[in-house]
Design a protein. Structure first.
Length: 554
């Protein structure tokens, strides 16, 4: 192993250098007996003790009321050019903007920025490993010429390891390190875009797209949802290196697409979240285009609109090559996944899909489930449905509709029954059950047929109208919409996306109907019970294409 030196420099004071051998991985670094210190030289006593753990200590050049001694401990691994950074003191320290927390630790790599105090730039420094120039130090026996008590040490070039903020920014520019990017709010704030470099607007045929939470990062706390914007870490040890290797393809572009509804409801604050994104991208160390979707609107995954925006505005209108591009996400419909949104997003845009385990760890795919309702079957010309089996004899009657919200009851009434002069009884328009019964009775007394267009899930809901039919001596038929729970939810989402001014129906209404529903029977007094097929209708091809997509997250 080549001897490497770690240099600790605060402004122009106090430098101490070390070289270590026999350090086999990060696990060994936590045990000082596993590593042999082969040399040391010092101009001033900056550290509390020698050895593999370099401990920042109280010193005239570092002493400040903002932190006492033993704020940080830095444990280097020279073979892999990384270091464990432990926070010992109570004041927040950071690596690349990510707070460590007292008692916590993180791994810093060559070039990372260590902020001894997170809330000030006064003590920001940069970690640099450099090979020792000049005479080599190969073993413990060579310690004599580099003894700590040597009063005339040979000059050693002091490279940059820790720098002031001004010097650090200059070095970033000189070394072509990732600059601070720009934020952009588009589509009336429905999409927030972060680009770390201007080159991310260039057209690329290969796009590697990733979800963020649960795919690139996870929580440090182990909780499902982060407790704050500092509660994160990379999901795997291989995450950063794998992303960096993907970026080596000059024909590719890396993209993150993340649903963040918390930004819309106020549970997540935008300024701190943006800082979190910037820190993540800085630590990855490569240009990545980030799309943040703060609301539950037409840009939220699994809808493909954000992908269309990426292609048109951020890829020069050049379509991605589906043979080489991919989308990676953790919401894949597996047994423990919270949803299917990532897999369905990839299907909607026609990309190869993989999970984080498959992409970063090379694991084999696990079993998964797909949505019960597949809307494309209804729009396929080979699978057309109709309601030609329903006959009308033009005699006065009552029809009671039964079905989920969003199952197509009102559409059937408007397209089939209103042209036949049925009086439409609907609680959404009449507001109360009493008003519905009153209008229905008036219509029956006038000799007109009526249709009761409510959900009517139970015999009790249907009973009052059955009594009216018997009172007036007319037959009552029951029309049950052939639409299940998942189909109704899909229809409801489609209606939200295509109809303005329509009152949104919460998901709890669908669950309530499902729990209460009892199949109508002839024992209730119905003359006939018929199933009504859902026949979709669209005003244009765009609506038809939208309906054919996966619109729900589960």
């Amino acid at each position: 192993m080549q001897d490497m030196l770690i240099f600790v420099r605060f402004k122009d004071f106090c430098v101490k250098t070390y070289s270590y051998t026999n350090c086999d991985g990060l696990n060994d670094l936590t045990n000082s007996t596993e590593c042999t210190r082969t040399s040391a030289r010092s101009s001033t006593s900056l550290f509390q003790q020698p050895g593999p753990s370099i401990r920042l200590n109280e010193n005239v050049d570092l002493c400040t009321s903002k932190f006492g001694k033993n704020q940080l401990e830095i444990i280097p691994n020279f073979e892999s050019r990384v270091a464990i950074v432990k926070q010992l003191g109570p004041n927040d320290s950071s690596v690349n903007g990510a707070v460590i927390g007292q008692g916590g630790y993180t791994v810093a790599k060559d070039g990372d920025v260590i902020e001894i105090l997170s809330d000030t730039d006064e003590f920001n420094y940069r970690l640099v490993y450099e090979e020792k120039s000049g005479e080599k130090i190969n073993s413990v026996s060579s310690q004599a010429s580099y003894n700590q008590d040597d009063t005339n040490p040979k000059p050693v070039k002091i490279p940059k390891m820790f720098m002031s903020r001004t010097a650090r920014l200059a070095e970033f520019k000189k070394d072509n390190l990732l600059p601070r990017g720009t934020w952009e709010s588009v589509e009336n704030g429905k999409v927030i875009v972060y680009a770390s470099t201007d080159t991310l607007h260039e057209a690329k045929r290969t796009i590697y797209a990733f979800d963020m939470d649960g795919t690139i990062i996870t929580t440090k706390s182990g909780k499902v949802f982060p407790k704050d914007d500092n509660d994160w870490k990379f999901l795997y040890d291989s995450t950063v290196s794998k992303l960096q290797r993907a970026s080596e393809d000059s024909a590719s572009k890396l993209v993150i697409v993340t649903n963040q509804a918390g930004l819309a409801n106020g549970s997540t604050q935008e300024p701190s979240f943006k800082k979190k994104i910037e820190t993540i991208i800085r630590q990855i160390g490569i240009p990545i285009l980030v799309f943040v979707l703060p609301g539950k609107n037409e840009y939220r995954k699994p809808l493909p609109n954000i992908w269309n925006l990426l292609i048109s505005k951020y890829n020069g209108g050049v379509e991605a090559d589906v043979a080489t591009s991919l989308y990676c996400g953790d919401a894949a419909g597996r047994k423990k996944d919270h949803s299917k949104v990532d897999r369905l997003f990839a299907l909607n845009i026609g990309l190869k899909f993989c999970t984080p385990e498959e992409y970063f760890l090379g694991q084999k795919p696990l079993p998964f489930t797909m949505p019960l309702f597949e809307s494309w079957k209804l729009t396929d010309p080979k699978n057309t449905v109709n309601n030609n089996h329903i006959a009308f004899n033009h005699k006065q009657e009552m029809i009671i509709m039964v079905g989920y919200p969003g199952s197509g009851k009102s559409e059937f009434v408007k397209s089939v029954l209103l042209p036949k002069a049925y009086v439409h009884i609907n609680r959404d328009t009449l507001k109360t059950a009493a008003k519905c019964r009153s209008v229905a009775e008036s219509a029956l007394e006038s000799g007109m047929s009526v249709v009761i267009d409510n959900t009517n899930p139970t015999p009790k809901d249907r009973e009052d109208y059955m009594k009216l039919a018997r009172k007036h001596g007319i037959p009552c038929r029951c029309f049950v919409l052939k639409v299940d729970h998942s189909h109704a939810l899909h229809n409801n989402k489609f209606r939200d996306l295509t109809t303005s001014g329509h009152a949104k129906v919460p998901e709890v209404a669908f669950n309530t109907f499902k729990s209460k529903f009892q199949e109508p029977t002839e024992s209730e007094g119905f003359a006939e019970i018929l199933e009504v097929n859902f026949v979709p209708s669209f005003t244009n091809e765009h609506q038809k294409a939208l309906y054919s997509l996966y619109l729900l997250e589960k």
